[in-house]
Design a protein around this ligand. Structure first.
Ligand SMILES: Cc1cc2nc3c(=O)[nH]c(=O)nc-3n(C[C@H](O)[C@H](O)[C@H](O)COP(=O)(O)OP(=O)(O)OC[C@H]3O[C@@H](n4cnc5c(N)ncnc54)[C@H](O)[C@@H]3O)c2cc1C
Length: 474
């Protein structure tokens, strides 16, 4: 395993899905933790800057090198292996294994990996490093909860084997495998937190995940996917509020609940890049100006069906119509949930900087009790600006994506202003810009919020602790 020149064979490795341009002198493809450790040691000896790459599906530019060496983990992708301990199933996967591979391996044994970011070609290493999440986050929370163990290669090339529960923070901090104390105040972690959860989301700045032991769950016997369409956002939100009330007494079967405004529906209807006719959706109802996708999962078919009926009653009460509702069970669910991915594809295939356009994407959270006000402020802001913006996201997790597309310099300024206002709204309503796809290196001229500055300061201090030579992250 020797570093190779980037040009001409590996030119494509100079960017990712953010389309940020990059540069690098060399690239190396380790095939296991030992080779990865050796590559890191060599880089540390030479004082070479390192950028870690998974599948480069990242949208924030974290995998885009700014000089030095690219460490691509795409060849660390041996077939994942399933192991049982009693009734618990675990999957051993190298960092370069894709989410699709994991899903297929799990499904072949009637299991699933609950974190479900929609981009199946992403690697498990990249998903962990960005703290990726998907629709299942509503039921299952952060992806790191399903990581039971990992091998972590430090910036100087040491290999740590970390099992869940073995390295926990106490009142002062966490004693690391190298014997140093990572203070809880520096890490932002309280007593009881696990090192595995802390390292998740560190975006290749504090070290490299080499392989994982993942926890899988038994697949539910029954699934329903339902798309509810509404004549306006008000009706969609009225329905969501009723649903929320209902779920407080019966949260279990709801796996996902995603909202789409009219612009998002337009982008889905126009189609993403997949072009697979089997994935084609029927035409949306003509009157649809907003939609909610809800997914129910459970083992009791009768209980799910009665929940479905209850949802249709709530819908009628909120001014929606059962006739404009799509419901699928079993394999048909896959097609409906593709809606969300088609939207992401459509958004990220709109003309970018190289084609004279600009994509501006952000994700904002809000305190649960202020979420409706927050959403209302975004809707009004969009309407007043006259800009065409897609608003979509995880309704019950109080997180929303805003996706704007500028076609020229004037529109770009208006988009930046609008997003700056939205970032302020999120902070006022107890939330922040959620770094859903990671902080990466993408410039965000509209975000000068205090929460962003705090995050950056913390990451700089952590990088100085883990990587004093300052070689990681490109
Ligand atoms: C159409 C589309 C849909 C998407 N949908 C979602 C979604 O639903 N949810 C979501 O969260 N994201 C989504 N994404 C974004 C992207 O897929 C995720 O951020 C993904 O986790 C990145 O994985 P990757 O292997 O491509 O990593 P890369 O893009 O190669 O790297 C991402 C970051 O992780 C670091 N990194 C990579 N591997 C490692 C490692 N082993 N150890 C340490 N650091 C590492 C890199 O340095 C970089 O900072 C989507 C992207 C596209 C294009």
């Amino acid at each position: 395993m020797k570093p190779e020149p980037v040009f001409p064979k590996y030119e494509g490795y100079l960017s990712d899905e953010s389309h940020l341009p990059g540069r690098a002198d060399a690239i190396v493809f380790p095939e296991n933790a030992a080779e990865l450790s050796e590559a890191m040691r060599q880089a540390a000896r030479d004082g070479t800057r390192v950028t870690v790459q998974g599948a480069r599906t990242g949208l924030a530019g974290g995998a885009v090198p700014q000089g030095g060496l690219i460490v691509s983990l795409t060849r660390m992708n041996e077939a994942p292996e399933l192991a049982w301990s009693g009734a618990c199933a675990h999957l051993h996967a190298q960092a370069g294994v894709t989410l699709e591979q994991i899903e297929a391996e799990a499904a072949s044994c009637g299991l699933f990996f609950p974190p479900d970011p929609t981009e199946g070609t992403a690697t498990i290493g990249g998903a962990y490093a960005t703290g990726a999440s998907g629709m299942g986050g509503l039921r299952f929370g952060r992806m790191s909860r399903f990581v039971e163990g990992l091998s972590w290669v430090t910036p100087p090339g040491e290999i740590w084997r970390v099992g869940r529960g073995e390295y926990r923070f106490d009142d002062t901090g966490c004693m690391l495998p190298d014997g140093r104390l990572l203070k809880g105040s520096l890490a932002g972690m309280g007593a009881g937190c696990d090192l595995i959860d802390f390292l998740c989301g560190s975006e290749g700045r504090l070290g490299v995940a080499a392989d994982f032991r993942l926890r899988l769950l038994p697949e539910h016997a029954q699934r329903w996917g339902v798309v509810f369409f509404f004549p306006d956002d008000g009706a969609a939100l009225a329905f969501a509020r009723r649903l929320y009330g209902r779920l407080e007494s019966q949260p279990e079967p709801l796996f996902a609940c995603e909202y789409f405004n009219h612009c998002a529906l337009g982008l889905i209807a126009a189609g993403g890049e997949s072009g697979d006719p089997r994935a084609a959706l029927p035409a949306f109802p003509k009157s649809a100006r907003a939609a909610l996708y809800a997914e129910l999962r459970g083992d009791d078919a009768a209980a799910l069906e009665s929940m479905l009926m209850a949802l249709l009653e709530l819908l009628a009460g909120a001014g929606g119509s059962g006739e404009d509702t799509w419901a699928q069970n079993g394999p048909g669910v896959k097609k409906l949930r593709k809606m969300r991915h088609r939207l992401a594809e459509a958004i990220h295939s709109r003309p970018g900087a190289r084609e004279g356009g600009m994509r501006l994407n952000a994700c904002f959270s809000a305190a649960p009790e202020r979420f409706a006000e927050c959403l209302d402020a975004y809707r009004k802001g969009l309407a007043q600006s006259g800009l065409d913006g897609a608003l979509y996201g995880h309704l019950f997790e109080n997180r929303l994506h805003v996706s704007l597309h500028a076609r020229g310099e004037n529109e770009r300024e208006s988009c930046v202003e609008l997003l700056r206002g939205f970032a302020g709204v999120a902070e006022r309503f107890g939330g922040l810009r959620a770094p859903e796809y990671g902080e990466g290196k993408l410039p965000r001229p509209w975000d000068d919020t205090a929460s962003r500055r705090r995050r950056e300061e913390r990451m700089r201090a952590l990088a100085a602790f883990f990587d004093p030579s300052g070689l990681m992250g490109g």
